[in-house]
Design a protein around this ligand. Structure first.
Ligand code: AMP
Length: 249
């Protein structure tokens, strides 16, 4: 069984991003970029399934600028077998990414697609669900445990107030939650080996996909700055402030 793992190049989670002065977006000049953390978890899960003998091949896919190759090389170093870069300088919105992935799923016929539950830059939480709809595959989102046997995936999901376990027939789409696994450290020998693994380059037009954005960003703004706190002498003053200043009670 092939496993497909879409990996997105995003601003590193340690970077504190700044809004551009004209409010048109984030200032990404010179900012460190990395693989979306949920996608690292997805690659790790695919590698574990291969180590268990469930999967035979792991294909990492990234859509975006040429530098996404670095993200794909990281996926190859974690343990993916080959990679596909769908290269474009155009702004890619979730529907466009889902359409690209559908075209590749039609071509490669994976038994499982494991995506991150969300990209930490746009926080959309949409691509997995859109891909499931476009390909008519069952979906198991926010997975904290995945077991594959007998043509089915048993997936434990984190839901409000507990855990839900569902069974989906393969081929299926799974999206990863934070507690699914802890990705392994990438070792130097594996980084060296990854350089020799195949990386195919295609364009969205080669797949017949129109990536024209459907949404327009009107404005991006910083959250309001938090004011300094004050110490209150007693409970009566606190209640008075909550009622008359903060107006929350
Ligand atoms: P989103 O719906 O944008 O929050 O993204 C959810 C997941 O879709 C990510 O964790 C990735 O697995 C995948 N994804 C989103 N954008 C891309 C992209 N440009 N290239 C590859 N995978 C992507």
């Amino acid at each position: 069984m092939k496993i497909f793992v879409p990996v997105k190049r995003v601003v590193d989670y340690n970077v504190k991003v700044r809004v551009k002065s004209d409010g048109s977006g984030m200032d990404l000049a010179g900012v460190k970029m990395s693989m979306n953390p949920f996608d690292e978890i997805a690659v790790e899960e695919a590698v574990r399934l291969k180590e268990k003998g469930v999967a035979t091949e792991i294909i990492a896919v990234s859509c975006g600028v040429a530098q996404c190759q670095e993200t794909l090389r990281t996926a190859l170093a974690i343990g993916a077998d080959r990679a596909i870069l769908v290269e474009t300088d155009a702004e890619l919105q979730p529907l466009a990414v889902a359409k690209i992935l559908k075209a590749l799923v039609d071509k490669e016929q994976p038994g499982l697609v494991i995506l991150g539950k969300q990209a930490i830059d746009d926080d959309c939480n949409q691509v997995g669900q859109m891909l499931a709809a476009l390909t008519d595959m069952p979906q198991a989102t926010f997975a904290s445990k995945v077991e594959v046997a007998d043509g089915k995936a048993q997936v434990t999901r984190e839901v409000d107030g507990g855990l839900e376990t569902i069974s989906v027939a393969l081929p299926a789409v799974v999206t990863t939650d934070l507690r699914l696994n802890e990705p392994r450290y990438v070792t130097l020998p594996n980084i060296m080996k990854a350089k020799k693994k195949p990386l195919e380059n295609v364009k969205p037009a080669d797949l017949g996909v129109d990536v024209t954005p459907r949404l327009k960003t009107l404005k991006v703004s910083e959250p309001p700055k938090r004011g300094a706190g004050v110490k209150v002498p007693d409970v009566a003053t606190l209640v008075d402030k909550l009622r008359n200043e903060a107006k929350v009670i």
